[in-house]
Write a new protein. Structure first.
Length: 258
């Protein structure tokens, strides 16, 4: 099977990135991550960022771009990512007030289909990244999650699946990985437990409830290109947590590049 790259979603290191973006990226590269997924650029121009990534040997996988920016500055976001040599532009989240009704979701899905068509024409792929709330409401007789990807064909929305949120929503991430095989280039590779109130607590890999080794096997079979490590909130310094999670991957995934 083809090698799956191991990347890092830089939202995990948002505080470090805000203080010292270049130093943080250099640290991530030294840890051994192969690629990074951005969640903001902290004022660094695309050309300068591309030079830095090339120097330290990190691949720009893609970027999380807010729904508002996708609606208001899609072309600018595409051009930035093309300069970086990235492949994926991803809608990461829908704010609570924007997703209360079926009608709102129908508009979001229609917008995302438009984004997918526009990005495809310029050599990128548009993906949607889930949380748990896409399993709370139905559109056209199916979960919002599945309605998002109902359109098939080359301009369809493709999938960045967060296995942590799929499982937290009470669904089977292994079944969902299999369901979207061929349309699932990126998997957010996360672990979690629940607190006393049943709220999610994101953890370092191997410390929680997700059957991560089974996720790796399912991802291989589904043609996933990147496992993207993310931890929404860390109980240790974030740079320590992302190092610990990468060490878990190295111990449990024989395909990882050392």
């Amino acid at each position: 099977m083809a090698h799956i790259g191991i990347g890092l979603q830089l939202y995990t290191l948002r505080d470090d990135m805000a203080l010292d973006m270049e130093g943080t990226l250099r640290h991530v590269a030294k840890l051994g991550y192969e690629g990074v997924e951005f969640a903001g650029y902290y004022g660094m121009p695309a050309e300068q960022l591309k030079q830095l990534l090339d120097e330290i040997g990190l691949k720009a996988i893609g970027s999380h771009v807010s729904l508002d920016n996708l609606r208001n500055n899609l072309q600018g976001e595409i051009e930035f990512l093309r300069t970086l040599g990235a492949t994926y532009i991803i809608c990461p989240y829908v704010a609570d007030e924007q997703r209360q009704t079926v009608e709102q979701w129908q508009q979001i899905i229609a917008d995302c289909e438009t984004f997918a068509e526009a990005t495809k024409k310029q050599g990128l792929q548009f993906l949607y990244h889930n949380h748990d709330f896409e399993f709370h409401l139905h559109v056209n007789g199916q979960f919002v999650f599945d309605a998002m990807y109902a359109q098939k064909g080359e301009n369809a929305i493709n999938v960045e699946m967060d296995v942590c949120w799929v499982q937290f929503a009470g669904q089977d991430p292994l079944a969902y990985i299999a369901k979207y095989a061929g349309r699932l280039p990126l998997v957010h590779f996360k672990d979690f437990s629940k607190d006393a109130e049943g709220k999610i607590v994101t953890l370092e890999l191997g410390q929680g409830e997700v059957e991560l080794e089974k996720v790796i096997k399912a991802a291989e079979q589904a043609g996933v290109e990147w496992l993207v490590v993310e931890q929404d909130h860390c109980q240790k310094p974030p740079l320590t947590s992302v190092a610990n999670s990468l060490n878990w991957v190295k111990e449990h995934y024989t395909g990882v590049k050392n």
